[in-house]
Ligand binder design. Sequence first.
Ligand code: NAG
Ligand code: NAG
Length: 337
Amino acid sequence: MLKLLCGLAFIIALIITGTFGSPVVQLATSTPRPLVFWHGLGDSHSSSAMLEFFDLVKEMHPDIFIHSIFLHEDLTEDRRAGFFGNVNEQVANVSLQLSSIPELKAGFDAVGFSQGGQFLRAYVEKYNDPPVNNLITFGSQHMGVSDLPLCSPWDVFCLLARRAARGGVYTEWAQQNLVQAQYYRDPDQLSKYFSMNHFMADINNEVGDNMNTTYTTNLLSLNKLVLVLFTEDKTVVPKESSWFGSFAPSTEPEQTNWPGTEKTIVPMRMQPIYVEDRIGLRTLDERGDVVLETCDGEHMQLSSGCWRPILKKFAGELVGGDVMLTSHTEAVLRVQY
Ligand SMILES: *[C@@H]1O[C@H](CO)[C@@H](O)[C@H](O)[C@H]1NC(C)=O
Ligand SMILES: *[C@@H]1O[C@H](CO)[C@@H](O)[C@H](O)[C@H]1NC(C)=O
């Protein structure tokens, strides 16, 4: 029995002498590339919705290894960390977590839900060890938000965070402690954002001439960057942030508060960070590896018509698995190129 992996003439033959004496020839099976999730705001690493979702993904890609990123094992604490904390520290924490998982050491695909998407991009740009193959983000805020998310009346963490933000999102305290403030990008207060923001402005290499080329190199190491926008998204303002869009600065400031005023969107390919290729996004796009997808519906309304084709195509690719030998098995391993 021989198996060719993806057309490469790469054959792993494993000859096992079984307990019944007669030699059995078996092949190393390839397994789906592992998949890592970073949950969204208001959720936790193992909420029932997340666990249910993982089951569906495992039906689609049998034997796939899934890891759900956490900042705390305790679900309530983990949920709280979506509102309160220093994002750069959280991403550093997660990089240690990912590097400690043996199943991930050859790399993985990553899925970020909502804010988990830009946090995973920060992981790619700053650490990427182990490396991400495809980064898929659903309804993420890659160019920040111009409004804080609305809270449901029973969401205590959300209400507390929103109240705390009233003191000002561009204060040092808010920028160190309120997660959403760390990707709050007000196009009418860009100089304040540039000087006070230590997360989004940093991973977008937005400020001045001191661009971190590691961010570019790492982003370019992605196979695909898949950006999913929800067509009716009213939680992410503007929803085009999921595709690296943002509001243009208002040219007539006295009009900005008029209700119903249509604001102009600066789309990805017109963003300065894209035009000046500050994080490699333009090169990646010109290489054909930025995939812009839409899902119908409100923020994170993950219908199966929306996520299935995406995770079918960009996750679960079969890769050559490690050959596991047990002490009961006498084996000869031959690798031919
Ligand atoms: C970060 O990692 C450490 C050690 O794994 C853990 O104890 C801590 O609770 C983590 N979370 C945060 C939010 O710092
Ligand atoms: C660039 O980012 C990497 C990864 O976070 C960091 O180790 C390095 O110090 C940064 N370089 C500069 C010049 O800031």
